[in-house]
Design a protein around this ligand. Sequence first.
Ligand SMILES: [Zn+2]
Length: 231
Amino acid sequence: MNTAELSDIHPALRLRINPRARRIALRLDNSNRVMNLVVPKRFSMKKARIFALEHQGWIKQKLEELPAQIQFEHGTKVPVLGALRTVNINYDTTLKITNIALNSNEIMVSTNQEDPTNRITRFLKREARATLSGLASEKAAEINKTISAIQIRDTKSRWGSCGPDGRISFSWRLIFAPWESMDYVVAHEVAHLVHMNHGKEFWALCAELCEDYPAGKKWMRANGHELVRYG
Ligand SMILES: [Zn+2]
């Protein structure tokens, strides 16, 4: 059996054979908006299908309960760099290029594009890169470390990572997180330049590099999945 053979039960149902799983289970992946049917290695595929069929109503309900995606449409409120800002689209066919500005309470878009969503996304990615790079470099300088490279990605569950070669990457979606959460994720990755573990000394350094890391960490744990809703 494969995922395609489950599509009649629900189009967002995915088969995941997991050798470490002890029993069959349904796991909601809210970042990717799919339901995983986790099946132990030697489990009967016939029984797995029956199990999914028995839970068909529940699968449908859980997926429907997921909060809707928030598109960058005129009038939509989006939290950007710690402030709730309204997308303000001014459509003007005489314009040659799209201009976007981040104002205190709005994302001002002047465009000749019927659908400027991609432009807005690109703009926000650039803003994210500038802010995250600046913040990371500042924190690294505080502890006399240098970052060999900073990458901005579209990761949906790992908000940041730090390699042994000193390369740090962040998800551009951190731009939608409250300020203390962004600050915490940056402090966390910069602290990995010194400690490649999550030991006591690592957390002490996080506290040095971040004003209120427990608050930022707590928010990310509880609400991080919300960041994938935008765009
Ligand atoms: Zn870590």
